[in-house]
Each structure stands twice: as C-alpha cells, then as structure tokens.
Design a protein around this ligand. Structure first.
Ligand SMILES: [Zn+2]
Length: 371
C-alpha cells in the first residue's frame, strides 16, 4: 500500500478541526473522499437532536459477493485542545502533534485506515461483500452521536469499530456500563456563630456518607469513585447544600445498578440521621456489552489478523466506544486498535506503519469469507 497516500490522507484529515458538536467541516471533507471512492453517503439528523452542527455520516458500498454486510466505524470528533492541529512525521513513522494540541489520531487514524482499505479495494477491483460505514459525531461525549444514529439505514449485524489504543491486532470484545451520578444533600442554613443549633449541616452529612462509601474497587470487577464535592457559602454559615458527583463502572451492568442502590442508601441514611434530605440522579452514560469469543465477528478478525501477519489479542476494555451503542441495537462487534497512543493529551502519537497495517487488516476483514 502507498504510504505517501496514507500520509496525505491522515495529515490532511488532522488539519480539519472537529471538536465534538462541531464536526461540520470534517464531515464535508470525508463525504467528498467517500463519494470519490464510489461510496454512497447519507447524513442523519443526529446533529439536530444533540445540538451539534453535523449528523453521523453513513456510507454504503454495494458488494458483488452474496455475503451479509459488515459495518466499519470510526468517530469524526476529537477532544480539546484540538483546534489548529498539525501532524508532524518523525523517525520510523512516528507521528505527533506540533505539541500544543492533541494529535487527533483518535480517531482520524481509524478513518484514514478505512479510506486506504477502500481505495485499495477499488484499485484492485476485488470482489467483496457489501460494506456499510458509520462515522459518528460526539463519540467523545459518551457516544451521544451513535446513540441517536439512524439504525433503520444500517443492515449489518456485525461491526468493527476502529477506536482503540495498543498494537494492531488488539481488540476489545467487552466494555463496561458507566453510571455517572450526582447527589445533592439539602440541610438548613444558619449563622454558625449566633445560631449553630438551628442549622442542618449538609456538608457534614455528605462527608459522613462519603466516608462509608468504598471508593476504589468495592468488589472485584467494579470501580466506584467520588470525583467532586461542592457546597457552602461562607465560613460563618452552616451550609445548606452539598453536591457530590461520582461514577460507578463494571462489565456487569447489574453490579453497577446494585452499587448505585447501595450508594444512595448510605446517603439516605446519613441524611436522615442529620435531618437533611437528598436528591439523587444517576445516568448510564454507556451500557455494557460482551461479544462472545465464539462469534463470527471474532473468528473473522482472527483469520484476518493471521493473513495480515499481526497477532490477534482480544480482551475487555474499561473504556466506552460507539460499539456500546451498536450492541444496544443488536450489532455484535469488536473495537479494534488503529494506532493511537497517549490519547486525550498533547503527547498523543500514532505511527504511519501501524496505520498502514491497520488498513491492511481492514481490507483483509472486507475480503474474509467467514460469513
Ligand atoms: Zn476515540
């Protein structure tokens, strides 16, 4: 495969700003590239429903083989600082940003690999199965874009999402439920010096609750964190309000819900003892899935890795991706490594050789005849 072409694709995608909810320019450029490859595109209305300037971009490439379609996906948005990005090619194919922004290999590396595989497919005029593509917006916001994708347009029951760190050949087949919560403890304000007995101390009640919550890993396979606390007005006022935020995650959806119940019960108990009350709000930002290792989507991946000469390594991940949403719509899938390292930092880097390997792997997946 042509590395010059791959570098051109990757580095030019990197120069287009696409922070979450502002993917418009990126989407237009990608649409143009896909159409030039003979891929029919369709933009859904996700932008309107989530308050962004752009929808998810769908792509369809009919196949000559009568095998079921496969879905390939990589998200269009990036985290910040992601404006004015530039890709800098160093030794041995290492690609970094100019230092003041993220690189955005998360997830332009995945998109570049898909484009290169499709280009190769077209050049060689190879017989292949139907291909469906989905380039979601706002993945970095707990997959908001793919949560509202137009699933009526997606017929594939199996997906490969290019959005994982690690060596090419690594893949995630399971990811957790992540429940984010906020608990507000309401007590009663009073002057701390003149009327100390008239107040109900919201911060003290919250603190007692937090002290009883087993933050960290309350049981194997479950993590629980209190990540924020705020409240109080002034040093001489007994605080009437205290807000506590946190998260619980586990590969087991049921365990997350059980620990969320436990956390609320502790807060309720301590609030009641203090004469305070609580309002608790928990939201599953992502929902767990597990693709069975016996699934064709896994077997096909292993075959394709072997043909590409990379070692397949399949394991659960603790991060979410668009696959969490695909699974909710009955699409089994793997999230596969596509050359992104130290993501969400200005140290983020990729490697041109790895992106090329990934493109070869995508092509092998497209051509693989495991039904
Ligand atoms: Zn990503």
């Amino acid at each position: 495969m042509s590395q010059t072409r791959l570098w051109e694709t990757f580095s030019s995608l990197i120069t287009i700003d696409s922070p979450s909810f502002k993917e418009r320019l990126f989407c237009d450029a990608l649409k143009e590239r896909l159409n030039a490859l003979g891929v029919e595109t369709y933009e859904d209305s996700a932008g309107e429903s989530i308050g962004g300037d752009c929808g998810n971009l769908h792509g369809f490439l009919p196949g000559s083989l009568s095998l079921p379609p496969l879905l390939f996906s990589a998200h269009m948005d990036t985290v910040e600082p992601g404006r004015g990005k530039r890709a800098v090619l160093g030794e041995e194919g290492r690609i970094t940003s100019a230092g003041d922004t993220i690189l955005g290999a998360d997830d332009a590396a995945g998109i570049a690999a898909i484009l290169e595989a499709l280009t190769r497919l077209k050049e060689r005029n190879l017989p292949h199965r139907p291909i469906e593509l989905l380039f979601p917006v706002a993945e970095e916001r707990y997959g908001l874009g793919s949560a509202v994708a137009d699933y009526g347009r997606i017929h594939a029951k199996e997906a490969y999402t290019l959005d994982l760190g690690g060596a090419i050949g690594e893949a995630a087949h399971a990811a957790p439920t992540l429940l984010a919560f906020e608990i507000t403890v309401t007590g009663k304000a009073a002057h701390a010096g003149f009327a100390p007995k008239e107040g109900i101390h919201a911060i003290a009640a919250a603190a007692k609750s937090i002290a009883r919550i087993p933050v960290g890993e309350p049981e194997p396979g479950v993590t629980c964190n209190i990540g924020g606390i705020e409240g109080g007005e002034a040093a001489n006022i007994i605080p009437a309000l205290c807000r506590v935020s946190g998260e619980i995650r586990s590969l087991s959806h049921a365990k997350v819900l059980a620990w969320w119940e436990a956390v609320q019960a502790i807060f309720e108990e301590e609030a009641r003892a203090a004469g305070a009350r609580i309002a608790a709000e928990g939201r599953c930002e992502i929902t767990a899935y597990e693709t069975p290792l016996s699934s064709p989507v896994v077997r096909r991946f292993k075959e394709a890795c072997q043909k590409t000469g990379v070692a397949a390594s399949i394991h659960p991940t603790l991060g979410g991706s668009d696959q969490n949403n695909f699974a909710q719509h009955g699409i089994e899938g793997l999230v596969i490594a596509c050359s992104m390292h130290d993501v969400h930092s200005t140290r983020e880097y990729a490697n041109l050789n790895e992106i090329q390997q990934c493109a070869e792997l995508v092509l092998a997946l497209i051509l693989e005849e495991v039904p």
